[in-house]
Design a protein around this ligand. Sequence first.
Ligand SMILES: [Zn+2]
Ligand SMILES: [Zn+2]
Length: 177
Amino acid sequence: MKALSLWQPGATLIAVGAKSIETRSWQTAYRGPIAIHAAAKYTAALRHLAVTDPYHQYLLGHFPLPFGAIVAVANLCFVCPTEGVAFAPDMPPHEEQFGDYSPGRFAWLLRDVKPLRVAMPCRGRQGLFNVTGICRVCGCWDLCGCEEGCAWLAPDLCTACIAHATDKELNAFDRKH
Ligand SMILES: [Zn+2]
Ligand SMILES: [Zn+2]
């Protein structure tokens, strides 16, 4: 599945549901499942941000923050110019502060965010990159499967999430078993 790397505390803010829009200087035509990766890089300024409200209030209980790891899976459902974003009452209350909405940038709207029970170590890359071995729906992964037990149904879907399988995936799975 596709993955996007963010500096902390942005990645964990998404994982905990405090941030549903990622802002970028570039856009993409891609829509669909996306893994949220916390970059390994951390600066003094970001470290300071993480212990300052409104950031800190959402991060309590999540320190030490994960770095160099996937922290959530989500669905990238919409990308639009930042000028077109209307902050609705049903959005997280500090959404606007958790992004850079300067003109000329793009807002990436994320839905169906599922935090990983245990962050999955993974090297980050520029732009959208590919990751394997993680369920696009529930975020379980090879060393941290679903509590009720699961196996791979498709390369990015586990058997506990069979309700989300496409017909093509179900047919391919049936043929193998
Ligand atoms: Zn799953
Ligand atoms: Zn699973």
